[in-house]
Structures are given as structure tokens and as C-alpha cells.
Design a protein around this ligand. Structure first.
Ligand code: FAD
Length: 433
């Protein structure tokens, strides 16, 4: 029998990473995508590059610019960091497609117009009239993926992006807080310049659309940081692309026959600088979830729970990271933009202190050899989804022994290197012999 046919909608980092993972598992994969309709530059950290390497997106990895200096002006304090990696998105997106081609994944270029059910299969209709049938759908169209009712939405946020060409020079980037929002900017070595301002969609006092280029130019003229990075070239009006950057978590991110990954599963506030990272994170786990849904339908609930819980957990972590950045800027705490974001999504701390008394053993879905399985894991205050193994040692039996007063015997049964690792972990959890 032929392997099921899987259609991945969207060739961004999430869709491409999932497609490669599925291809490795032996599935027949189509990626269906159009090109992004605007050019942008995005800043990522070294761990994104590690993620690209891990999922096998080598051409995309090679397209990242070398590390560039990044200036941060936040809460009136200036910092110079050296860890920003700039992704020129048109180059990066083209490299992602070369990675697909190198792996032999079929890419269909076109705009998806409609999805529908046909018997057991999903029908995908493209704008040019082509129509395809797939056994499983991976929704990876980013923020453009049709959204049912949003389960959780952050304060409505708008980003305006301007780009222009200047003389070639040194690459660099900068971020600064403003009374009504924040801006991020990057200069590439070939002279292309990008500046993006992020504002509250309701509170921002914006002119009519055709006056946005002049409005943005005036905002740039008022910034010493902009002048330092770009010089006079920033002062002329340049075309503006407006897009939403509201944080959104859809109600359901997986079901029988379909899954959402990347921004389609959770779109985070760009301030957290984690968009591409989270796309790769959700894409790393998705092939195992899909494999389980297709090969072990009896585990459907377990596999869905795994994906849903992890997406929700990651979303809340990034939402709280964003909230803490906003709270770290006290100067305009009462202005509409800052007030709404200092209190969202909640008041819970990003990390909860370790507490040995709160360790619990529970049965949870885990990723095991390309499938979702169920196993006993240890839940901690900071890791509510549980930890299964540490350095190859299952933690649940260790914690059970600790709780039964037999820790010494359980540790004695481990090899010396594993014993030291487990003892180190217990000490971090607050255990005191
Ligand atoms: P995308 O990269 O959006 O890919 C989706 C793909 O689907 C695209 O190729 C698109 O053309 C295609 N597609 C969409 N609709 C259709 C359709 N109907 N038919 C066919 N194809 C379709 N992240 C960072 O890490 N660093 C940053 O500095 C950063 N800055 C950001 C600034 C802003 C203002 C915003 C909004 C986001 C920013 N992000 C940043 C987030 C980052 O862009 C996303 O998290 C990331 O690109 C998501 O990847 P994805 O694969 O899920 O979706």
C-alpha cells in the first residue's frame, strides 16, 4: 500500500522543517506555497541557527548573515550586544526551498484558495484552478492561515515596516523603546535599510494610508538611534508595509487529519524575538505527532494532547517573556501601549522557583522514537509538562524512591556519571541530603 500523502500548506521555516521531518519518516509530502509578498529582515539568535541545523535546513542556515552588533536602548539605558544574526527573508525563504529540493520534497508554487473534505481526504484548491487530494494537512501558512475563533489574543498590535537603499556599509541593528511603542531597525552590508515601528492598533494616532511614508520618515528623524545607524538616508519618505503583530493562540491546533505549526499554531509578539525559533520548535515535534495520528489512530487523543499542551505552554512562556520586557521599561508605564502590555497575559512569573516538595509523578504523553507514547514523568513547578529522562535515566522511579525515603538505594544502582547528573538535578530542585 502507498504511504499516506501529506500536504504542507506554506513554505516558511515551520512548513519546510515539518516537510523534511515527514520525508525522513517515509511519507510522500507536497509543500504548497506562494512567496511572501514583501521583503523584510528579521533578527534571530544563535539557537535558531542550531535549530535550522538540527532539522536539516542547511541552505537556510548558510543564508544567515554573520553576527552583527546590536544596540539596545530600553528604559533609558544603552547596551551594545554582539549576538544578532540577521535573516534577509527573501534570501532565507529561497534557501528554504532549495533545502526542500535537495531533500527531494515536491513543491507546488501557487496560492491556496480553498480547503474542503472529500470522503476521508482533504481537498486543496489553488487559485489557478488546480486541485489536490491529501490524506493529512499541515497548516503552516503563518499569520495568513485562516483562523477560527482566537482562543487567546494579546493587545491588538500593528507594525509598520519601511525599507530603502543606502550606500553599502557596516551591518548592524538596534532596538529602542518609544513613548507609544518600540522600533527595530537593521542595516545590511549591501546598503539595504529596514526600520519597523510597532504600535498599539487602537491607541496609535496614524494619518491616512497615503501619508504613512511621511509619518514614518518624521518618526525616524526624531530618533538619535536611527540617525546613528542609518545617517541622513533615513530621513526621506520610503514605502511602508503595515501588518498585524498581535499575539494569537488559536483554540485548537491539532485534530484527526490536520495539525497547525509555526505562526499558524501560535503567533508571538515580535518583541520576544522568538518567532522563527518557535516555528522550528513546533516543527520538531509535529512529524512524530502526525506519524502517531496516521499509524496509531488509537492514540489520537494522546498525540493531540501532546501537541496542544506544548504549543500552549510555549505560547504562554513567550507571552510572559514579552510582558517582562515591557515591564522593564517604566518611563511610560501609564501610556496606553505600555499599560496594556505590562499586564498581559497574566501576573504569573516566567519561571517558578524549584520546590522539592512539589515534585509529582504523573502519566503524560512523551515523544518516543518517532511516535507519541505515554510514560511516567516528573512534573516540577517550572516544567509542568514533565521531564521523562535526564541523561538517559528515567526520573520517575528516582522521585518515587525519594518520596518513599529510599533515595540512597536508587542512586546507588546508577553508574557514577549518571548518579552525579541525577544528584545535580535533585539539588537544583531544592533537595538537601
Ligand atoms: P511564515 O514564515 O509566515 O511562512 C508562511 C508561508 O505560507 C509563506 O511562504 C507564505 O507566502 C505562505 N502562504 C501564506 N498564505 C498562503 C496561501 N493562501 N497560499 C499559499 N501560500 C501561502 N521572528 C524572529 O525570529 N525575529 C524577528 O525579528 C521577527 N520579526 C517579526 C516582525 C513582525 C512585524 C512580525 C509580524 C513577525 C516577526 N517575526 C520575527 C516572526 C516570524 O516572521 C515568524 O514567526 C515566522 O516567519 C513564522 O514562520 P512560519 O513558517 O510559521 O510562517
Amino acid at each position: 500500500m502507498n504511504a499516506p500523502r501529506i500536504a504542507v500548506l506554506g513554505a516558511g521555516p515551520a512548513g519546510c522543517a515539518v516537510a523534511l521531518g515527514l520525508q525522513r519518516l517515509g511519507y510522500r509530502v507536497w509543500v504548497i506555497s506562494e512567496w511572501r509578498r514583501f521583503a523584510a529582515v528579521e533578527g534571530v539568535s544563535a539557537r535558531v541557527l542550531e535549530g535550522l541545523r538540527q532539522v536539516g535546513l542547511h541552505q537556510a542556515l548558510a543564508s544567515a548573515a554573520p553576527p552583527t552588533p546590536r544596540r539596545v536602548r530600553w528604559s533609558g539605558v544603552d547596551q551594545l550586544l554582539n549576538d544578532e544574526r540577521l535573516l534577509d527573508r527573501p534570501l532565507f525563504d529561497a534557501a528554504l526551498r532549495r533545502d526542500l529540493a535537495d531533500a527531494g520534497v515536491e513543491l507546488l508554487q501557487g496560492r491556496i484558495r480553498q480547503l474542503g473534505q472529500q470522503g476521508e481526504q482533504q481537498r486543496i484548491v489553488l487559485e489557478d484552478g488546480r486541485s489536490l487530494l491529501a490524506d493529512f494537512l499541515v497548516e503552516a501558512r503563518g499569520r495568513q492561515a485562516p483562523l477560527g475563533e482566537g482562543r487567546l489574543r494579546g493587545p491588538e498590535t500593528l507594525s509598520l515596516l519601511s525599507s530603502w537603499q543606502a550606500e553599502p556599509g557596516r551591518a548592524g541593528s538596534a532596538v529602542e523603546s518609544l513613548a507609544d511603542g518600540w522600533s527595530w531597525m537593521a542595516a545590511l552590508a549591501d546598503g539595504r535599510c529596514y526600520w519597523q515601528i510597532t504600535l498599539d492598533a487602537a491607541a496609535a494616532e496614524l494619518p491616512p494610508r497615503d501619508e504613512l511614508p511621511a509619518y514614518c520618515a518624521a518618526r525616524r528623524q526624531a530618533s538619535a538611534l536611527v540617525q546613528a545607524l542609518f545617517g541622513d538616508s533615513a530621513n526621506a519618505a520610503a514605502p511602508v508595509h503595515a501588518r498585524s503583530s498581535t499575539a494569537i493562540l488559536p483554540r485548537q491546533v491539532v485534530g484527526p487529519g490536520w495539525i497547525r505549526v509555526g505562526d499558524a499554531a501560535m503567533a508571538v509578539d515580535p518583541l520576544s524575538g522568538n518567532g522563527v525559533f518557535q516555528s522550528l520548535s513546533s516543527a520538531l515535534q509535529a512529524p512524530a505527532v502526525i506519524n502517531t495520528l496516521l499509524q496509531h489512530p488509537e492514540r489520537t487523543q494522546l498525540a493531540c494532547r501532546f501537541h496542544q499542551q506544548r504549543i500552549e505552554h510555549l505560547f504562554m512562556r513567550f507571552a510572559r517573556t514579552g510582558r517582562d520586557f515591557y515591564t522593564a521599561e517604566p518611563r511610560w508605564a501609564d501610556a496606553a501601549f505600555w499599560r496594556a502590555r505590562r499586564g498581559w497575559p497574566d501576573a504569573q512569573p516566567l519561571h517558578v522557583d524549584a520546590d522539592i516538595a512539589r515534585l509529582q509523578v504523573a502519566s503524560m504523553p512523551v515523544l518516543n522514537d518517532g511516535l507519541i507514547d505515554e510514560a511516567e514523568v516528573v512534573l516540577t513547578a517550572d516544567q509542568p509538562l514533565g521531564i521523562w529522562h535526564i541523561d538517559g535515566v528515567a526520573l520517575a522511579p528516582i522521585v518515587r524512591s525519594l518520596q518513599a525515603g529510599r533515595l540512597e538505594a536508587a542512586l546507588a544502582a546508577l553508574a557514577p556519571a549518571s548518579r552525579r547528573t541525577v544528584q545535580g538535578w535533585l539539588l537544583q530542585q531544592g533537595y538537601r541530603p
